[in-house]
Design a binder for this molecule. Structure first.
Ligand code: SAH
Length: 220
């Protein structure tokens, strides 16, 4: 999401350090302690934060971290969380590019990574920037715990197919798979801002969940 720059964004982000963490590397290895949870979720590319806010409300016993590199979008997310009075004890935001996330999370620290309507980067030359590209899968594999999983949703068939191939080539196992996810109601999973738009337009939502393990066992 590239939003028009909001003048209030920087001062707002800085004014709420208890929600928007300026230096996430401080918490490396200590996130579950900080958020007082057993299950740690991380959404990469949370946009305006509708999903992470709704999920944090629905599952307050779990820990939620939203990452977004667009500082204006992250500020909109922060304001939404604060204005709605959503508890910030188990919900934190990081308004920084995610490719550095290995500096913030210890090996095996995360349980679930959410990729919602990630940028498709349609040109072949830019595929490596995709959040489901080989480079990122290598990072996810390290920071996810043994049973860790990635949950991905998108409207983009090309991105979906390419992601399935990337995950598959990297040895991940698909747990669930849908090419029309919202045909059935899923009250357990919040609808993102982008998702709402595509649903309104009648477009199918593609989704999979993939786990990194069992790979070793299969190859034994
Ligand atoms: N998840 C939201 C927004 C989707 S748009 C929704 O479903 O409504 C994708 C978002 O991912 C954009 O806001 C973009 O800035 C962010 N993004 C893409 N690559 C990123 C990266 N490497 N690090 C952090 N954020 C990223």
């Amino acid at each position: 999401m590239r939003m028009r720059k909001k003048k209030w964004a920087e001062p707002y982000l800085e004014a709420h350090p208890e929600l928007v963490l300026a230096d996430p590397s401080v918490y490396k290895g200590k996130w579950k302690e900080l958020l007082q949870c057993d299950v740690l979720h991380v959404e990469i590319g949370m946009g305006k934060g509708g999903y992470i806010a709704a999920m944090a409300e629905q599952y307050p016993e779990e820990g939620w971290i939203g990452i977004e590199r667009d500082r204006s979008a992250a500020a909109v997310a922060a304001r939404h969380i604060i204005d709605q009075g959503i508890s910030r004890q188990h919900l934190k935001l990081i308004a920084i590019e995610a490719e550095n996330m290995e500096e913030w999370f210890a090996p095996q620290e995360i349980d679930i990574i959410h990729l919602n309507f990630s940028d498709p980067w349609p040109k072949k030359k830019t595929h490596k920037r995709r959040l489901s590209s080989e480079r990122f899968l290598g990072i996810y594999r390290k920071v996810l715990n043994e049973n860790g999983e990635v949950r991905m949703k998108t409207d983009n068939k090309d991105l979906f197919e390419d992601s399935v191939t990337c995950f598959s080539n990297d040895g991940w196992i698909f747990d669930t798979f849908s090419v029309d996810y919202r045909r059935i109601e899923h009250p357990e999973d919040a609808i993102t801002e982008y998702e709402a738009k595509f649903m309104e337009a009648g477009q199918p939502i593609y989704r999979f969940t993939a786990v990194k393990e069992r790979r070793a066992k299969i190859r034994e």
